[in-house]
Design a protein around this ligand. Sequence first.
Ligand SMILES: [Zn+2]
Length: 301
Amino acid sequence: MGKNKNSKICIMIVPRTDKVKRLTVPQWLPKVLLLSISTIFIGILFIFNNLYINKINLESKYNDKITEISNLEEKNRKKEIELSKLKSQTNQLYQKTNEVEDKLMEIEKLQRQLEKMAGMKSPSRGGRIERVTELETLEPVDEIQVLKEVLENKETELKAFINDLEERFEYLETVPDLWPTQGRLTSTFGNRRNPFGGGYRFHNGIDIANSTGTNVWAAGKGKVTFSGYKSGLGRTIIIDHGNGYSTVYGHNSKLLVNKGEKVEKGQDIAKMGSTGRSTGSHLHFEIHKNKNIIDPLTILK
Ligand SMILES: [Zn+2]
């Protein structure tokens, strides 16, 4: 290969056997070829570079997407956890409201039992349990609102009920319905053969016989209005219970309380004996109601 003055490049091909072959190309061709190759190469580089950048971009975008997806997944997980928390809370709410309803029913039951025991009917009761059973159709949040109202009503009602109950128990404490001693019922209320002489005589109480010194107690809560000796009845206690009731305890051997003293139902007030007009150790017991003498057996329980 060489150059001549005509700006042509002369390429000689020298085979081992044949004659020399001469190929003449214009001098600019290699430059153009080189330029073209360079341009193409640069182009390729450019494209490759673009590709590479695109690749990096894509990778980065891909990574971004991955991050986004994982973020989304994280969010999703959180949402799921929140959802399951909400579900469990909702279930708990349902359970709690059910518990409250059950408790309310229990209270109603207890109220009825107490009313029965105390022999009363609460005027404030009724009409609310029906509302509670309707609750099952409501959403927990609404159910809680309704329950809140029900509970508030119930609280007011229970306060009134407890007040009534206390008054009722206070009253029941004063009713002289407790057997005043232990022993044998030897004589009932009403007409009976007179043990001291002939004919019939009205017996205005009951007689309960037992040995001398047997405890005698108050048939109901009240205040001692008499503690002393009465002809016929001997050593006697009289208790005023209020509400028109008073009781008389006669023939005692010993008196344990004084006039003016307050006594509880069942409190010992005397010892049984045979003082006054008596044929043996026994308690003569009377109940007065609004100034009338009544048969104790209609009151004693
Ligand atoms: Zn008697």
